[in-house]
Design a protein around this ligand. Sequence first.
Ligand code: NAG
Ligand code: NAG
Length: 209
Amino acid sequence: MHAQPSLRLLLLTLFLSHLQRVPAAGSPTPAPTPADGLNFIRSSCNVTLYPDVCYATLARYAASVHRDPARLTRAAIAVSLAGAQHAAKYVSNLSREADHGADQRAAAALHDCFENFGVAADKMRDSLTQMHHLGAAGSGEQSFRFQMSNVQTWMSAALTHEETCTDGFEDVADGPVKSGVSSRARTVKKVTSNALALVNSYVNKQAGP
Ligand SMILES: *[C@@H]1O[C@H](CO)[C@@H](O)[C@H](O)[C@H]1NC(C)=O
Ligand SMILES: *[C@@H]1O[C@H](CO)[C@@H](O)[C@H](O)[C@H]1NC(C)=O
């Protein structure tokens, strides 16, 4: 349990430094105007439950996303993954303190929550990997649908795991730990819900009318 957080942190660091480059990677197209990307992001975000959060978290990728729904979807998953990883770190910090405290319920809930954010992050990491292999050699329509159905399943599981974190605090006494975790989890859940909505929207668009 104690080696794991630092390993996760290492992976997180490696992964985030990789992510920073994801949306920008391999774009030989001549400078798209950011306004194009911003309009595209705003209209794409209107399929989500939290369009303002969607726009606020994704607008900075406008130039690299341009009008590419696959890039937008990857950026949304990447932002959600980073949020879950950050939440896991936050919870792990609180957990370390709670282990020495008197509130056993809070300590147990924090442990479970850390696990759940970790699993959610794993699912989103798998989703990103899958998104990067879309349309790989030999993959046709069938394969695209199959690959995207994996992403839909994993993103939906990620959201469920994030929800499980907050559920675990129902029996924990109100206080700064509970409210801190709840408010962070609420934010991450919105971002993950939005990413899932963008994944679904991307699948529907590719399927065509
Ligand atoms: C959402 O965006 C689409 C695509 O631009 C647009 O056709 C639709 O009218 C928008 N819906 C809302 C509710 O803004
Ligand atoms: C976790 O604790 C470390 C060390 O105290 C601190 O630097 C870091 O910002 C904390 N992380 C979060 C997400 O709260």
